[in-house]
Design a protein around this ligand. Structure first.
Ligand SMILES: Cc1cc2nc3c(=O)[nH]c(=O)nc-3n(C[C@H](O)[C@H](O)[C@H](O)COP(=O)(O)O)c2cc1C
Length: 172
């Protein structure tokens, strides 16, 4: 599949079947995470693979956007490893780096016939507490992954309504 076809075809899956995700596919998604560009190639991502009954029960309790997925990637930034700007006070690259990592994972999942949905609607502190994360590990987003349930369609009717390119670009 060409990149453009994949980008156009992908949508957020919000209804998953219980079918488990094969380990080889999980490994390829993690490989895509490894290949993502990050500031100075510092690679500050820390990814928790939530699959066990206990971990899934916890995340389902803390987040209502898991949609029946059999597994979830909890993508975090290790704040000890992020790039810090010397010219812009307080700037740390963690959220941007992890967003690129998550995008790689989401697109690789789709290429392997798996759906996913980027999720930010959760209490970061509650998740950090529940999984006993050290203070320097900052949850950035969740990525529930799995096989879409039968008849799954884009949830949002505006899924493929895009702004015209001219409306968000300006040649200078
Ligand atoms: C930063 C970010 C946060 C998001 N948070 C959520 C969320 O908490 N729950 C959810 O169901 N979808 C969430 N989404 C998915 C978007 O709603 C979705 O990508 C958007 O509506 C476009 O639809 P599409 O992915 O089907 O093309 C999030 C996406 C992004 C990029």
């Amino acid at each position: 599949m060409s990149f453009m076809d994949l980008a156009a075809e992908r949508y957020s899956v919000r209804s998953f079947s219980a079918r488990p995700v094969e380990q080889e596919k999980i490994d390829r998604i993690l490989k895509a995470a490894q290949l993502a560009p990050t500031a100075v190639n510092f690679q500050p991502q820390m990814i928790y693979v939530l699959k066990s009954e206990g971990a899934m029960a916890k995340i389902n309790h803390l987040c209502h956007c898991i949609y029946g997925a059999p597994m979830v990637f909890l993508i975090c930034s290790d704040e000890r490893k992020t790039w810090k700007s010397q010219t812009e006070r307080g700037y740390s690259s963690g959220e941007m780096d992890c967003s690129i990592v998550c995008t790689h994972m989401m697109l690789e999942a789709w290429e392997q016939g798996l759906g996913s949905v980027w999720v930010r609607l959760f209490d970061v502190e509650a998740v950090a507490r529940a999984f006993d994360l050290p203070a320097y590990i900052k949850p950035i987003c969740l990525l529930p992954v799995g096989y879409a349930s039968e008849n799954c369609v884009p949830y949002a009717p505006w899924h493929d309504v895009y702004r015209p390119i001219e409306s968000f670009t300006k040649e200078l």
